[in-house]
Design a protein around this ligand. Structure first.
Ligand code: FES
Length: 281
């Protein structure tokens, strides 16, 4: 059991939870994740560790309501217990001093990027953050990321803050203006990570992407998180979730995501029927 000790709404259908998990907080490293279950029969939800406080023995999770289990989690409040929490899982990213690191976040990608940006800054790097979302109100962890970044650039689909369009736009402008970037970390929807990689390839900048989105059980058993990286099959949950973005087979990754999205829609519909609202039982 792990108790929720704080909850904050970050944006529509996106909540931040601080959860008591002393052992995980003690061992967590940037880039790792946990898997939680809300009920005995419930599905296993992999979630990135968005922050950890070793002294307080607590970890931070950011959860977007996208399916049945995350909708159930949205109803939970401080004082409620999560049935079980497994972690930290995955391979931490390597934190070393390289110079200037551009952190490119799309939507919920800001949550996995934040602990990396913080650790890279502590290691002596300069952080420049590019934060994108649909609207200004959907930009999350803005203050936290600003606190570790020397420059912040925004992009929103509707132009409500920063450039209008994808976050790749301001990154491209930044590089075209001749700014030196030594490494890029990109986390967000697959099409966004793919286009960031296309841009950075042109400039020969090493780019790390985090593929959390394709995980199912998170423990190397289901094979659901298979990705092809540099022509080799890798498991996102044990070999990743961070990989060299220039080596990821994004076509295959997009196809797998479409498959899982369909399965999630079916799960939501079944859920409606089960509680007697669908009229099928
Ligand atoms: S999520 Fe199942 S093997 Fe990685």
């Amino acid at each position: 059991m792990a108790r929720i000790i704080e909850k904050k709404q970050l944006a529509n259908k996106i909540n931040l939870y601080v959860v008591e998990a002393p052992r995980i907080a003690r061992n967590a490293q940037p880039g790792q994740f946990i898997v939680l279950r809300l009920t005995e029969q419930g599905e296993r939800i992999p979630l990135t560790i968005a922050d950890y406080d070793r002294e307080r023995g607590a970890i931070t999770l950011v959860v977007q309501e996208v399916g049945k289990s995350t909708a159930q989690m949205a109803l939970m409040e401080p004082g409620d217990d999560i049935l079980d929490l497994l972690g930290p899982l995955g391979t931490p990213i390597e934190i070393k001093k390289v110079g200037r690191v551009a952190c490119v976040c799309g939507g919920l990608g800001a949550a996995p990027i934040y602990p990396k940006a913080k650790a890279l800054k502590e290691a002596g790097n300069e952080i420049v953050t590019f934060l994108g979302a649909q609207t200004e109100a959907m930009l999350i962890l803005r203050d936290e990321l600003s606190a570790v970044s020397s420059e912040m650039y925004y992009a929103t689909d509707d132009g409500s803050l920063g450039s209008k369009g994808f976050v790749t736009g301001p990154l491209q402008e930044y590089l075209a203006a001749g700014n030196q970037v030594d490494e890029v970390i990109a986390v967000g929807p697959v099409p966004m990570m793919r286009s960031v990689c296309n841009v950075t390839k042109e400039y020969g900048i090493p780019t790390i992407v985090s593929l959390n989105a394709v995980m199912v059980d998170g423990t190397g058993m289901c094979g659901g998180c298979r990705v092809t990286v540099g022509g080799e099959t890798k498991f996102t949950c044990t070999d990743g979730p961070a990989f060299d973005g220039h080596l990821v087979d994004f076509d295959e990754l997009s196809a797998r995501q479409r498959f899982y999205r369909k399965a999630e829609q079916v799960s939501m519909q079944e859920h409606v029927c089960r509680i007697g609202l669908g009229g099928n039982e």
